[in-house]
Write a protein that binds this ligand. Structure first.
Ligand SMILES: Cc1cc2nc3c(=O)[nH]c(=O)nc-3n(C[C@H](O)[C@H](O)[C@H](O)COP(=O)(O)OP(=O)(O)OC[C@H]3O[C@@H](n4cnc5c(N)ncnc54)[C@H](O)[C@@H]3O)c2cc1C
Length: 287
């Protein structure tokens, strides 16, 4: 069992690991997909680089620094996290890992697709969490919007509850899934419609699909999706933390862009350090 699993290898996640690893905690960093940093052409407002540094370079150097200190760093996509009696199970597209604590350092990527009707019908047939809301759709016809590992994982949560599930990839290709009540429709979506609740999806080719509900599982899961599954408090999709980077769930911490506020490397580094230091205290108290 790991002492801590850090999800994210940007400035917040790596910074947390520098403290936990050097305090001899069994530390695992899991990352996948881009960091906000990789989009930054040149960073000139972070300490220590006379001529600035490209975001990509800073990101890669951070990962190398964590590895040099002996931290295990894996490129895998986290698709689910479960609370267990003695900690947490972090499930990726490749494996499952047990840990005493989790630090979210997942950045501030927002996954809501820009499809007309999605925002309007949130809570009225649009859901972002299969394990939370799946039960409301037993024996109903539902759709899952998404095309990656996360969409498949959410679909698997719903297979034994729903009557029919249609995976809507919005024009992308999705991995195969074998189940009698699941089909994949790769058409481009125009709009989600209904009177007071979601009733149908209209496609660009003018065809329609009647549905009782839609689960959004677009792209790779971020902090707000995990927060919903675990009951972590959020505010406008940011994870709510106290000054110790603790969430409302003991053993779960968050740092960096996923907690909102100033979206800058310096703030991510500070919060990562603080989360790391607090995890050290938490794990030592438990032992
Ligand atoms: C265009 C642009 C320019 C910027 N310029 C500046 C600048 O000049 N100065 C400055 O200080 N800041 C700048 N920033 C902001 C800076 O990039 C962020 O504040 C910083 O990267 C936040 O760090 P983080 O560790 O919180 O998140 P990120 O760096 O975004 O890292 C998130 C990590 O989470 C991982 N992750 C997310 N979901 C999953 C999942 N499901 N499974 C596995 N891994 C996952 C990602 O792979 C990544 O490793 C800029 C940002 C952008 C977009």
């Amino acid at each position: 069992m790991y002492d801590v699993i850090i999800i994210g290898a940007g400035p917040a996640g790596v910074s947390a690991s520098l403290y936990t690893k050097r305090a001899n905690l069994n530390t695992l960093i899991i990352y996948h997909d881009k960091s906000g940093l990789e989009k930054a052409e040149l960073i000139e407002n972070y300490y220590g680089f006379e001529n600035g540094i490209t975001g990509k370079e800073l990101y890669n150097e951070g990962i190398k620094q964590a590895k040099r200190l002996g931290t295990e760093v894996l490129d895998e996509e986290v698709i689910n996290i479960k609370m267990e009696e003695k900690g947490f199970t972090v499930i990726t597209n490749k494996n499952e890992y047990q840990t005493k604590t989790v630090i979210f350092a997942t950045g501030n990527k927002k996954n809501t697709p820009k499809i007309k009707g999605i925002k309007e019908f949130e809570g009225k047939g649009i859901s972002y969490c299969a394990v939370c809301d799946g039960f409301f759709y037993r024996n109903k016809n539902i759709a899952v919007i998404g095309s990656g590992n996360y969409a498949i994982s959410e679909t698997n949560e719903l297979i034994n509850l729903a009557k029919e599930i249609t995976i809507l990839t919005d024009g992308k290709t999705a991995p195969e899934i074998r189940a009698d009540n699941v089909k994949i429709v790769p058409k481009k979506i125009r709009e989600v419609r209904g009177e007071t609740r979601v009733e149908e999806v209209e496609f660009e080719d003018n065809t329609k699909l009647p549905v009782d509900g839609i689960f959004v599982a677009n792209g790779i899961a971020g902090s707000s999706e995990f927060a919903k599954k675990l009951g972590i408090l959020t505010n406008k999709e940011n994870i709510v933390v106290n000054e110790n980077m603790e969430t409302n769930i003991p053993g779960i911490y968050a740092c960096g862009d996923c907690t909102g506020g100033i979206l800058q490397v310096s703030k991510a580094v500070y919060e990562g350090a603080k989360a790391g230091l607090e995890v050290i205290k938490y794990v030592r108290n438990k032992n």
